[in-house]
Design a binder for this molecule. Structure first.
Ligand code: ADP
Ligand code: MG
Length: 340
């Protein structure tokens, strides 16, 4: 009912400098839901750094200490879907009422609400009701409230009422403890040297860190190989390669249109206005540079153009960046934004 995952506990959430504030704020909230100034508690940070885990841990602990309280964990995506369904089925009021009687509401990945004004509106009313009645709200997001886009001002200001706590990338010691804890729970033994090797090379994402250890264990048990440093090297190398993100053409179009403060539809449109044409040509140029897509495929994804148009765009960008200072700056800025 509460959608909580009991294996995501505080105990299993290893503490380090990178998460101390968020973890301790979470514990404080779990001890006194609705009774601290951390309301809402907003946990933010990059992918795979433990936001979902921590959000569950708070809920699990509250349920443990206060079994009579209703705790609900839901992703912002699912919340949005439920809201849309309720509008379709004409029971928007039931939807609102359902959420207004919850004691502890945990909404994961609120950045998903960007641009969804209807859902933001209903959430604003639910939030106010809960807050006024001393109920606890816990939110997670991939960005700090100041950096969130397309979220209404009045909702952003509510997000800032309580505490925003960041999850940063864990340092080496914390990464080692996370791995050791995982191995211990899985009952697997692994030489210290190997654990440290993995922790040393996979730095930015705890999910990947765990993923590498899981493949290491699997490789060694399925292939009956001993876990050696060479096997660890192989796996870490593959892991780092596999996870090196290939930028998508969609992502490139988003970055370029954000940079020129236009929307993607404008960038793709048939208009011949110079700044829009240039933005489109830059998107094509970067798609050629950073993806493996063919000219034809790039063209069809960027506003239904043919391969000759893309080729022309790439040449134009090359020419302009050697003759036009302002244009060169665009290319440099965008390269930085798109850098992997
Ligand atoms: P996010 O929601 O920020 O993308 P998750 O909460 O899904 O990240 O965490 C990814 C994985 O890393 C999960 O398996 C989680 O248990 C683990 N993890 C993250 N931080 C820690 C930590 N401090 N201690 C133990 N495990 C962690
Ligand atoms: Mg998550």
């Amino acid at each position: 009912e509460s959608q909580l995952n009991p294996s995501y506990s505080f105990e299993n959430f290893l503490e380090g400098d990178s998460n101390r504030l968020a973890r301790n704020a979470g514990i404080a909230v779990a001890n006194k839901p609705g009774g601290t100034s951390f309301n809402p508690l907003l946990i933010f940070g990059g992918v795979g750094l433990g936001k979902t885990h921590l959000a569950h841990a708070i809920g699990v602990d509250i349920k443990d200490k206060y079994p009579e309280k209703t705790v609900l964990y839901i992703s912002a995506e699912k919340f949005t879907q439920q809201y849309i369904d309720s509008v379709k089925k004409n029971n928007r009021n039931d939807f609102i009422h359902f959420y207004q009687i919850i004691d502890v509401l945990i909404i994961d990945d609120v950045q998903f609400l960007s641009g969804k004004t209807g859902t933001q509106d209903v959430f604003f009313h639910i939030f106010n009701h809960l807050h006024q009645n001393g109920k606890q709200v816990i939110l997670t997001s991939d960005k700090a409230p100041v950096d969130m886009q397309d979220i209404e001002q009045r909702l952003l200001s509510r997000f800032k009422w309580g505490l925003s706590a960041e999850l940063q990338t864990p340092d080496f010691e914390t990464r080692v403890s996370i791995l050791k804890n995982k191995l211990y729970r899985d009952g697997v033994e692994m030489p210290e040297e190997i654990v440290e090797y993995v922790a040393k090379h996979i730095k930015t994402n705890v999910r990947e860190l765990e993923g590498a250890i899981i493949s290491l264990i699997a490789q060694s048990s399925f292939n009956k190989k001993e876990i050696t440093i060479n096997l660890a090297k192989d796996i870490v190398e593959k892991f780092v390669k596999n996870t090196k993100r290939e930028v998508s053409i969609d992502y490139i179009q988003k970055v370029v249109s954000d940079y020129f403060q236009m929307d993607v539809n404008t960038l793709q449109s048939k208009t011949r206005k110079r700044h829009i044409v240039q933005a489109r040509q830059l998107a094509m140029f970067f798609a050629k540079k950073y993806t493996k897509a063919s000219l034809a495929s790039i063209g069809s994804q960027i506003g239904q153009r043919d391969h000759a148009t893309v080729l022309h765009a790439c040449k134009t960008v090359d020419n302009l960046s050697s003759t036009d200072k302002q244009f060169r700056k665009y290319v440099e800025d965008l390269s930085k934004k798109l850098a992997l």
